[in-house]
Design a protein around this ligand. Structure first.
Ligand SMILES: Nc1ncnc2c1ncn2[C@@H]1O[C@H](COP(=O)(O)OP(=O)(O)OP(=O)(O)O)[C@@H](O)[C@H]1O
Length: 301
């Protein structure tokens, strides 16, 4: 049986009159990998700062491991938050960071950290302020993984990490998660890269939750239908449209929902092509400037 790690209801954080997080309700279960997705300024970092006790909400209820995070040191000890631009004391080296980590994280695995240091080829004795952007991100990623905190947040952890290093991160995360299950919240704009890692997706837009669903369900949630414009338009009539593109006499329309077997057969008979929509495409559709395909993007043939 899984238990709930985070429970938020009506959670709100305002800066002046602007609500960065606006009456959100959600729960995080233990032993799951969550993707916290959304456009720039959507409220992802603010939400994670609320959950880790770095900010106080203006309104709403929040429980992390059954308590208010900011007021309970025992809750904070079970959390790890890796920020996009993690700050370290002046003159610290990665070695200092890793040797002090066990004071903050009771599950710290020094051997795992050593393996990750080798994987990322991190120069541990170099001053942090001299590290490259990607090496600095690697320090955060190593802390986030080797801490094995029961609730770990990675907020865009890989600024400057190259493709090889990012894949090392994904691989090690999955391997280690399989052996040491915990709750991980990953916020990223590289959605396609992490799509297969995520078990659950929370999409936030302008401080509100647009989607809170199992990743497996989200993956099959939308379909793109392409073909001759008139045939496509007739086929999608009456269905919820979330995106529409056109090129001369051809059209490609994305609908919210799965097609039943008979509908897929009918589409094939009509010469239409069906394609699943990737998580990234779906997020773009859902958070695009104009939803419901109201604006038809016409490209001159
Ligand atoms: N201290 C602050 N004072 C005023 N507004 C703030 C403050 N911190 C954040 N905001 C605003 O709150 C909104 C949410 O910011 P937040 O950093 O949570 O977004 P985000 O989803 O993490 O974005 P990104 O993907 O660009 O990192 C933004 O419009 C931001 O400008």
């Amino acid at each position: 049986m899984t238990s709930t790690v985070v429970r938020a209801s009506g959670l709100t954080k305002r800066y002046g009159s602007f609500a960065a997080v606006d009456h959100v309700d959600f729960a995080l279960e233990e032993h799951r990998i969550y993707g916290l997705l959304g456009r720039n300024g959507a409220g992802k970092t603010t939400l994670m700062q609320l959950l880790t006790g770095q900010l106080f909400p203006n309104e709403g209820e929040l429980e992390v491991f059954g308590r208010t995070p900011a007021e309970h040191a025992d809750v904070l000890r079970r959390l790890c938050f890796i920020a996009e631009s993690q700050r370290y004391p002046e003159d610290f080296t990665p070695k200092h960071v890793f040797t002090s980590a066990p004071w903050f994280f009771e599950n710290w695995d020094a051997e795992f950290a050593e393996r990750l240091i080798a994987d990322f080829r991190l120069p541990v004795k170099r001053r942090i302020k001299k590290l490259s952007r990607g090496q600095l991100s690697a320090v955060g990623v190593i802390v986030g993984l080797a801490s094995r905190a029961p609730l770990t947040f990675f907020d865009e952890p890989y600024l400057g990490l190259d493709a090889v290093a990012r894949h090392i991160f994904y691989d090690r995360l999955l391997e280690d998660y399989a052996e040491h299950p915990r709750t991980i919240v990953l916020s990223t704009h590289l959605i396609d890269e992490v799509a297969n890692l995520l078990e659950h997706v929370i999409l936030i837009d302008q401080g509100r939750i647009l989607l809170d669903r199992d990743a497996e369900e989200v993956r099959g949630q939308a379909t793109t239908i392409a073909g001759a414009r008139s045939v496509v338009e007739e086929f999608v009539q009456g269905r919820p449209i979330i995106g529409r593109e056109g090129l001369g006499g051809l059209a490609s329309v994305t609908i919210d929902g799965r097609l039943e077997r008979e509908e897929r057969i009918r589409a094939a008979e009509l010469g239409l092509e069906l394609a699943p929509v990737s998580l990234q495409q779906l997020i773009v559709h859902l958070t695009g400037a104009d939803l419901a395909g109201a604006t038809e993007k016409e490209v001159a043939a």
